[in-house]
Design a binder for this molecule. Structure first.
Ligand code: 13P
Ligand code: SF4
Length: 310
């Protein structure tokens, strides 16, 4: 048996399900039961009834959300070091400090945060629903973190005053995209459509024909009549885009736009994770209760399924 066959066999024996983010390595995406963006993976984990184990091939905060939303399941993160640097950029202390400065402003946190910070906010959001979540709030001023670019994007799309917390939060991978690289490609492919993740800079968003979460980018590319796309997000998405649209051409705007944390999950590590049932993701109950409320509010205000656990 090869490694892929061994993983499939073990997965069945252990009643496990494998969820993978759109940035995972091609071989991980191909072996997964479901591939998606952060909101889709959270929903899948929350609504999973049959499996005993959820193996989350992604980064820390995504696996943590799964453990919070479906506490009866064993959630495994195959590589302990797969941590999103942006999620480390906002601390509980900074949220508390900002709440003192702006006592009436609700706190909206991107899911790219750790559970302890989620426990301090009013609602979470993802890049797929940030505009809807913020629009659903009555308040005119919102504290929003940790991604400054997503905060600016939400400010552009709503009538709200958005205060970014911290002032400087960013994704190191999306920072790599520069408008001049898009201009070079656009010169060579004048009919190409530019698709951009909202974690990119405002200059990059200005160059975009479409802005959305990773799965929204996939849906847009499949439904679009365009045949050439300049892609401005982590390179792992190219595998899914090409697989779903074999007749279309996808060019990444910056070849080295790799999230090293997303790439830590390999078939070897996935096999070891299933075999040894490691690394189990747990969240202290007092934090999980509060963080769950923030995640559930996101599902409700974005008009998605009402939070329901198995
Ligand atoms: P998506 O929710 O769009 O998949 O984004 C998650 C992420 O970490 C982007 O860098
Ligand atoms: Fe975090 Fe950026 Fe990697 Fe997404 S791409 S997981 S935001 S470091």
């Amino acid at each position: 048996m090869n490694l892929t066959e061994k993983i499939v066999k073990l997965k069945e024996e252990k009643h496990a399900i494998i969820l993978a983010h759109n940035y995972q390595r091609p071989e991980i995406q191909d072996i997964a039961d479901y591939v998606g963006d952060s909101i889709e993976l959270s929903q899948k984990a929350m609504l999973e009834k049959d499996a005993d184990i959820i193996v989350f091939c992604a980064v820390d905060f995504m696996a943590e959300s799964a453990a919070i939303l479906n506490p009866s399941k064993k959630v495994l993160l195959p590589t302990l070091g797969a941590r999103c640097p942006m999620a480390q950029m906002l601390t509980v202390e900074e949220i508390k400090r900002q709440k003192t400065l702006h006592p009436t402003a609700p706190v909206v946190l991107y899911v790219n945060t750790l559970a302890a910070t989620k426990a301090q906010c009013d609602t979470c959001c993802t890049s797929a629903n940030a505009v809807e979540v913020v629009s659903s709030l009555e308040a005119k001023t919102i504290l929003f973190g940790p991604d400054r670019n997503l905060a600016e994007y939400v400010a552009e799309k709503t009538s709200k005053k958005i205060i970014p917390i911290p002032e400087w939060g960013f994704c190191p991978t999306h920072l790599l995209f520069q408008p001049e690289d898009v201009a070079v490609l656009k010169n060579q492919h004048p009919n190409a459509t530019v698709i951009v993740h909202p974690e990119c800079s405002s200059e990059m968003r200005q160059a975009a024909d479409f802005i959305g979460s990773t799965s929204k980018m996939c849906t847009f590319a499949s439904e679009s009549k365009a045949t050439e796309f300049i892609v401005c997000t982590e390179e792992g998405i190219l595998h899914r885009l090409r697989k779903e649209n074999p007749r279309k051409q996808f060019m990444i705007a910056y070849g080295d736009a790799v999230c090293p944390n997303m790439k830590l999950t390999t078939l070897d590590r996935l096999y070891a994770a299933l075999k040894e049932e490691k690394y189990v993701v747990t969240v202290p109950e007092d934090i999980a209760v509060k963080a769950r409320k923030s995640l559930e509010r996101m599902f409700e205000s974005a008009g998605l399924v009402k939070a329901k656990r198995s």
